[in-house]
Design a protein. Structure first.
Length: 221
């Protein structure tokens, strides 16, 4: 831990992002027991190419509340909590160690400037640092300021993210034949990650799978 980080921890002591009480690990044991993260794996396909989605939590109750605060209420420090929930799961970490590069789902420049940070970048960087995965947020770019997915119907969500992302093909050599883990915060319909994967496949990786913090419920309205 460097001098700057020591100073920041003194001025702003680490807290559990769930109960908001002091906790040197950013997640206290009581809350970890209460939310009971368990590794689950589901499968999906795009263009007949199968990919896996790894997740530990469901997007409901206190997790939903804290994730909304993390994303929209200027509580960027919560990335430590959600990162540590992942890093404390030995089975998931063992799986993640089998990948080469972790790539966060990007945010448009305008939205990132307005919010001040991209929550998926913060978590991906922390996982990269602890598991020694390569990290790169420039490979995949969001080129469209679309509406928030959560505000749209099931049918509208697919169209909303269509062609929203693109890859920078100068990273072809970096990605070619590599194993990619794409990180997003919530998996609901899967339309967002499918659009990301569709683009990343242009760089000819060996495989792409997805890691999300939580899985949401699909409401087909």
């Amino acid at each position: 831990m460097n001098i700057i980080e020591n100073a920041l921890n003194f001025l702003f002591p680490p807290v559990c992002g769930i109960c908001i009480k002091k906790s040197k690990n950013w997640i206290c044991e009581n809350c970890l027991t209460e939310i009971s993260p368990k590794l689950k794996i589901i499968k999906n396909k795009i263009n007949n190419i199968e990919f896996k989605i790894y997740y530990l939590l469901y997007y409901k109750d206190i997790i939903r509340k804290r994730m909304i605060e993390f994303k929209f209420n200027d509580k960027s420090y919560m990335y430590k909590t959600f990162s540590n929930i992942i890093l404390k799961n030995k089975n998931l970490c063992k799986i993640l160690n089998g990948y080469d590069i972790i790539i966060p789902v990007p945010m448009s420049k305008n939205k990132k400037s307005s919010r001040g940070y991209n929550q998926t970048e913060l978590i991906a960087k922390e996982i990269s640092k602890n598991l020694r995965l390569d990290y790169n947020e420039k490979i995949l770019i969001k080129q469209k300021d679309n509406k928030m997915q959560s505000m749209l119907s099931f049918k509208e969500r697919r169209e909303n993210v269509k062609d929203a992302f693109k890859v920078d093909e100068k990273y072809l050599k970096l990605v070619n034949n590599k194993k990619i883990i794409l990180l997003d915060d919530i998996y609901t319909t899967g339309f967002t990650v499918k659009e990301c994967i569709k683009e990343l496949l242009k760089l000819r990786p060996k495989k792409i799978d997805v890691l999300v913090i939580s899985k949401g419920k699909i409401e087909r309205w």
